[in-house]
Design a protein around this ligand. Sequence first.
Ligand SMILES: [Zn+2]
Length: 437
Amino acid sequence: MRLLLCLTLLLGGIAPALADVQEVRVWQSPDKTRLVFDLSAPSEHKIFTLNNPDRVVIDLDNARLNADLGGLDTRSTSIRKLRSGTRNQKDLRIVIDVAEPVNASSFPLAPNDVYPNYRLVVDLEQSNKARAVVPVKKADDGYDDNKRDIIIAIDAGHGGEDPGAIGYGRTKEKNVVLAVAKELERLLKAERGFAPFMVRTGDYYIGLRERTNRARKANADFFVSIHADAFKYASARGSSVYMLSERGATSEAARWLADKENESDLVGGVSLEDKEDHLAMTLLDLSMTHKRNASVQLGNSILGQMGQISTLHKKQVEEAAFVVLKAPDIPALLVETGFISNPQEARKLADKSYQQKLARAIFTGVTGYFRTHPPRGTLLAAERETAPVFSTYVIRSGDTLSEIAVRNGIAVNDLRRLNDLKNDQLRIGQRIKIPNT
Ligand SMILES: [Zn+2]
C-alpha cells in the first residue's frame, strides 16, 4: 500500500494532472457559437476541422469526460451533436458535428474569482457568413446622404460567460442591462433623426475593445455602455455616469468599478489574437478634446434625467480608466444604473417598469443633448439650420415680460431689445418675437 502511494506520488510529479471536463456551456452570438469547457486542471489540446460531414475535433491530452454532452442545448447554434471517445487510453477526443462549414479557434483561460476552474474556449465561426454585419438604419425614406440619422451605439455590459455582478435574488447584471439596452433601442428606433446600434443583442460575450470597434464601424456618434454593478459595501446605492480618464479615477468607487469592469475580458473570454495594437488608438489624439467636452455635456444631460428617477451616487460625471470607453474619436460614457449589491436597488433593477424608466432617462438625456448639438450632416443639423430664427408669441391675460423671458430661457433685456419695447407693459393680443434656441 505504501509502495503504491509512493509510486503514485512519483508519477504525479512527472505526468501532468488528469484533467476532468466538468461542465460544458454554449453561447450563440450572431456570428459565432462559443463552447466553454470547465477543466479541473490545464490540458494541452489540438483542434482541427474535417469535412464530409462537417465536424470539429478537439483532442485533449490526459483528460476525461465528466460532463453530459448530450444535455447541452444547442438548438439555436450550428452544432448538430457532440460526441466523445478515449484515445491512447488516457486522452479525450471530442467531436462536434456541425450543420455547416465553420472556422474553429480555441484558447485557454486561467481560473479567476468567477470561475475557479481552468477553461478551454472553442469558437466556431460560420465561414460562409460575413462577420458582424452592421445593421444601422441610414437614410430612411425621404432622407438623403446629408440628412443621416444620429447613431447611438448601445452597449449592454458583460454577457455570455461573463454574468457581471450578481446581486440579491441572484439577479445577474448581464440580464438587467440587456433589458435596459433593448428598451433604449426601442425608444431610439421610434425617434425621428436617431438610429440605435446594438453592440450586443443577446446572451454572449464581446471583448471590451471589440465593443468600441463595432461602434466605430457603425459610424456611431455616441457610445453608451450600460451597467449595474456591485460594490464591497451593500449600502452603496445610486446611479452614476462615468467617462474615460487618462489621469486617474475621481473617487475610490470609480477606481474600484473600473478595475472590476476591466476584468471582464478575463471572465468573458478574449483570445490574445483579438488584442489590437495601441498605435492606431493614439493617432486619434487630436479629437480627444472635442470628445471630452461632448462626453461631459452628454453625461450631465443624462445625470439630470437619472436624478429624477433615482438617487445619484455622485452629482457630476465621474472619471476612471474604463477600457470599454477607449474610443478616442467617439464621445463615450458608462452609465451605472444602480448597485445590484444593494438589496433595495437589486429589486428595482430587476423590475421591468423601472428598467423602462432607466431607459427613458438615458434616452431623454441623449436626445436632449443632440437636439442642441446635432453632428454635421445629420437630419437634425439640417433642420436646425433651416429653422426660423424667431417664433411669434401672442400675449394672454396675466403674462409678464419677465415670466415669458424665464420660460424661454432668455434675459428680459434681450427680449425688450428684440421687440423694441420702451417699457415692460404688455397688452392682450400683442405679438412679440421669441428667439428659437
Ligand atoms: Zn458592469
